[in-house]
Design a protein around this ligand. Structure first.
Ligand code: BEZ
Length: 246
């Protein structure tokens, strides 16, 4: 996936600002080893490091990793695929914010996560759940006349079952709405950052026309002079059991 890492960092800071509440569930401790999976430009990785934990940031996009390394030169960042990675040493926790909806190979990803954890380790994750950005997707599909959902937005039970089949024990799961104000970038900025990559065959004019048509097809997302994306989050805590459960 090719990202404009600088634009992502500058115009979509709400991504990691919301991730800060997920850090409260992680409760990183000094001396722990933690993997930040899908770390993006590294803002949350840095907050984990500030707790005194040894953290590694992994992201599949080289531009994101380059940006993260520039932002935080003292932290270890690596390019790696969430569905195909191995760590040299297991970790106490795998943390992942707003990343796993990009990983459509969810089953191998769950196995890699389970394998990366120590016995008794924890997986703290939040990403788009079933119904996420449904209004945007419907408008985009209508306007482009193609059925479009390139992301992985599982239901709570689907994801819990997947994690269990990878050997993890789900101890908390919550699917909830989080209407997301899109600020100055608006819906056009969101579409440019996250949607345009699926329309590489369109000229700049045709893309601009598509954006206008999507805006017209989703007026309910424009509220009090601001575009609000219909985000739904799936938040899960899963543990790798100390011993095999009967
Ligand atoms: C999300 O954070 O929910 C999201 C971001 C980009 C594309 C799709 C979903």
């Amino acid at each position: 996936m090719n990202w404009n890492a600088a634009a992502y960092q500058n115009r979509h800071s709400y991504v990691w600002q919301h991730g800060e509440s997920l850090l409260e569930l992680l409760k990183p401790q000094a001396g722990e080893r933690i993997l930040d999976l899908g770390c993006g430009p590294g803002q949350l990785t840095e907050q984990i490091a500030a707790s005194g934990a040894a953290v590694i940031g992994l992201d599949s996009d080289p531009a994101m990793i380059a940006q993260a390394q520039t932002n935080y030169p003292d932290i270890t960042f690596q390019v790696g695929d969430a569905a195909n990675f191995q760590l040299s040493e297991p970790v106490d926790a795998v943390f992942s914010n707003a990343a796993l909806h990009w990983v459509t190979q969810a089953e191998p990803a769950a196995h890699c996560i389970a394998a990366a954890l120590k016995l008794g380790g924890r997986f703290i994750v939040e990403f788009g759940g079933k119904g996420n950005v449904q209004t945007i997707l419907k408008a985009l599909s209508e306007v482009s006349r193609r059925s479009l959902n390139p992301w992985y937005f599982p239901s709570l039970s689907e994801y819990a079952t997947l994690l269990e089949s990878a050997g993890l024990e789900v101890v908390y799961a919550h699917l909830f709405d989080r209407p997301m104000p899109l600020g100055e970038a608006g819906l056009a900025g969101w579409l440019e950052m996250f949607g345009q990559r699926f329309f590489t065959d369109l000229s700049a004019e045709a893309w601009a026309e598509t954006v206008r048509a999507v805006e017209a097809a989703a007026p309910q997302l424009y509220q009090e002079k601001e575009w609000i994306a219909d985000y739904r989050r799936l938040r899960v805590i899963a543990m790798k059991p100390d011993e095999e459960l009967l």
